[in-house]
Design a protein. Sequence first.
Length: 322
Amino acid sequence: MNLKFNKNWQLSESLVTPEKEYRSRTRRDFIKTLGFGAAGALLLPNQSSAATEGFPSKLNPNYSGKELKVTPFNYVTSYNNFYEFGMDKGDPVTNSNQGWKTDPWTVEIRGLARNTGKFDVNALVRKVGGIEQRVYRHRCVEAWSMVIPWDGFQLSKLIALAEPTADAKYITFTSFEDSKNAVGQQDSNFGWPYIEGLRLDEAQNELAFMATGVFGKPLPNQNGAPLRLVTPWKYGFKGAKSIVLIEFTQEAPLNTWQRIRSEEYGFYANVNPKVDHPRWSQGSERVIGGGVFNGRQSTLMFNGYERQVASLYKGMDLKRYY
Ligand code: MTE
């Protein structure tokens, strides 16, 4: 495979850039994209979003994240990984809001299921019975983390509607393709579209979530409008953004990062402080928006969701299935 990627593809920004320079650059990005002091849960005037059905949603008390400190809105919506719109963390907020339309939006459900077809995203939200809010930890494989209040619905509801057949063992999520608006897709080295997948029993876990919003508002484009996957016990790269296709399959899909660099990124991608990335430790994480004194914390097994998900991996060698 030809990998002519910019350094940011290979190493997290904080690992390749001296701390001081990184901090001032991040700050500059915020100034550039937000106008500093534009605090508060407001979309910028030129930012678009979609999937408007069901807002405002109600917090589900079982996932209230009471013990967690929510990351400020401005970080969640301007420090992003969305390589279709550029390599740097500040690129998606700028580049995904220059004419890329996420409304209206159609999602296709295909493959080994009884109820397949194409659905308008708002109709799909209605079919699953609306949306709710959940506060989840969000841990990137690059060793940074946030806490995000997502709006959306439990993935298992969509699966129940689709009625997968007994042959279906995996579910695959495919992101959009639009190389005219998504400048990053003009680089064919990546092999677009972005693809992710889960074992069907993982997808049916109570935590697996389809997000249509953040902070009680429709997802901004840079966060994967109008529909993205959220699996909080896994590294963030599992959370495919701006999904157009959900497919039930017998075989595991080759997810994008595994295809690009399988020795570093696997299919499972479970957060695990005992299994390091070949080039950096996964034992701790930089808390985005945590400031100088609360800037780092230990990483928890399954990102703190061991009770809900450990049984999915009973007997598996998690060093081998990373
Ligand atoms: N989905 C698509 N289509 N393209 C991407 O580049 N990046 C992934 C994931 N989903 C990505 C994607 C990575 S590496 C992470 S950490 C999360 O999205 C980031 O989500 P956030 O920007 O909302 O924090």
